[in-house]
Ligand binder design. Structure first.
Ligand code: URA
Length: 224
């Protein structure tokens, strides 16, 4: 933990989450360090320990895991999904189910692995039966996403699916339209593409997704 403003921010979040009780959570922290290979004092880890027991919305009651995010905390590229599904809720790691396995294959096709990227979701907890996130849940959870992106400071953000694009870019457009441009999210170039789960449902999305991932690779390598 760093200077006074960070301590103040920490205490403010703790108070918002738990009132005046202070909790210390070390086991989840150890698990997080192991999975993310981060130093004990990485600010992302600090942030994880601050918010991991969140109960700001009803999803806190039904979840198995608070799915914070995983990958390289110093990555230049961050992928933002929608919300954990059943597998992610059980394992506490984003994109480990069928959609995640497909995403790994697509990443490999552009010579990227999970070690090169950081991956996280708009919602940190699984909505029951994988229903769409409620606007109120997105509003409450978005603070976490914003702070994570502030800490990681990637050069490129890839939104996987409409919920992610809509949340970060405040765009209410069909996905086919959203993917036509490179946007700026707080000065960070941002591209929207299909969610891998959409590809599993409809193979017509494969070709445009492949086009997008080539654009993503070029942008990642050249910065434009
Ligand atoms: N879909 C998502 O949006 N995120 C996950 O972590 C898994 C499936």
């Amino acid at each position: 933990m760093g200077d006074a403003s960070e301590v103040f921010r920490y205490l403010k979040i703790q108070q918002e989450l738990y009132g005046d009780t202070i909790y210390v959570a070390s086991d989840k922290k150890k698990k997080y360090i192991a999975e993310n290979e981060v130093n004990d004092d990485h600010p992302l880890l600090d942030y994880f320990t601050q918010i991991q027991d969140c109960q700001k919305c009803e999803l806190g009651k039904s979840r198995t895991s608070f799915v914070f995010g995983v990958g390289n905390p110093n990555a230049d590229i961050v992928f933002v999904g929608e919300a954990p599904g059943k597998d992610e809720d059980l394992q506490g790691i984003p994109f480990v189910g069928r959609a995640g396995k497909l995403l790994d294959k697509i990443l490999l096709a552009i010579q990227l692995t999970r070690d090169d990227i950081y991956i996280l979701n708009v919602l940190k907890c699984r909505p029951p039966n994988n229903r769409d996130p409620l606007p109120s849940e997105v509003e409450l959870c978005e603070t976490y996403l914003k702070r994570q992106l502030e800490i990681i400071q990637p050069k490129l953000i890839v939104c996987l699916g409409r919920v992610s694009g809509k949340t970060l870019l405040r765009l209410d457009l069909p996905l086919g339209k959203m993917r036509e441009n490179v946007y700026s999210y707080n000065g960070i170039d941002t591209i929207v593409t299909y969610h891998p789960a959409a590809l599993l449902r409809n193979s017509n999305f494969k070709k445009p997704t492949w086009d997008d991932f080539q654009k993503i690779r070029d942008h990642y390598l050249t910065g434009s």
